[in-house]
Design a protein around this ligand. Structure first.
Ligand SMILES: Cc1cc2nc3c(=O)[nH]c(=O)nc-3n(C[C@H](O)[C@H](O)[C@H](O)COP(=O)(O)O)c2cc1C
Length: 203
């Protein structure tokens, strides 16, 4: 049973959420978990202008995903920052290279799930996850979200990400906010939930 976490993170928020997703998935017996970044498409010069160099260094140790690796997993959990309410270009470019897998039906029947991060509370977390799922449906993945059995998404006593569509965090307009314990718990729940469903399907 292999769960692959495939993500892009510019400033580290999605990266922190990915670590929590991995923790959750690892807690399911007989589950192998691997985290991968999608390839960068921006030059060092642009990344520098965007103030992303330090954060990128902290993620260097995470191996870069290849398209063929997707076919080796039983479940794939994707993470992307919001870009105008959609997935980021790096992730889109990676997925646009999966035509060969699509032609072979290589991802049909695998479990798919998505988590995200946005700068603002209503800046497009739900639209990012839902629009991402269109691509996953074209590939024939079985979609899994974040059910309300994760009760942390019901709370109103603090600002929090997380919806039935998937875990999320609010990064702040200058990236100054870190994922809260509730948001990380949502990510752990999602990882655990996806891996458990993939195990049941494998049986
Ligand atoms: C080109 C661009 C578009 C963005 N669009 C949105 C947006 O529509 N809504 C929003 O809340 N944040 C938006 N953001 C902010 C990012 O979502 C935010 O930096 C990201 O969630 C932080 O995650 P990371 O640290 O993993 O990169 C945008 C950022 C960039 C660079």
């Amino acid at each position: 049973m292999k769960t692959l976490i495939v993500y892009y993170s510019m400033y580290g928020h999605v990266h922190k959420m990915a670590e929590a997703v991995a923790e959750g998935a690892k807690s399911v017996p007989n589950t192998e978990v691997a985290a991968r970044r999608v390839p960068e498409t921006l030059s060092q010069e642009i990344l520098s202008k965007m103030g992303a160099i330090e954060a990128q260094k902290a993620m260097e140790r995470v191996p870069v995903c290849t398209v063929d690796e997707l076919a080796t997993a039983d479940a794939i959990i994707f993470g992307t920052p919001t870009r105008f309410g959609n997935m980021c270009g790096q992730m889109k470019q990676f997925l646009d290279a999966t035509g060969g897998l699509w032609a072979k039906g290589a991802l049909v029947g695998k479990v798919g799930s998505v988590f995200t991060s946005s700068a603002t509370q209503h800046g497009g977390q739900e639209s990012t996850i839902l629009s991402f799922m269109i691509t996953l449906l074209h590939h024939g993945l079985v979609l899994v979200g974040l059910p309300y059995s994760f009760q942390g998404q019901m709370r109103n006593d603090e600002i929090t990400g997380g919806s039935p569509y998937g875990a999320s965090t609010i990064a702040g307009t200058n990236g100054e906010r870190s994922p809260t314990e509730n948001e990380l718990e949502a990510a752990r729940f999602q990882g655990r939930h996806v891996a458990a469903i993939a195990s049941k399907l494998a049986r």
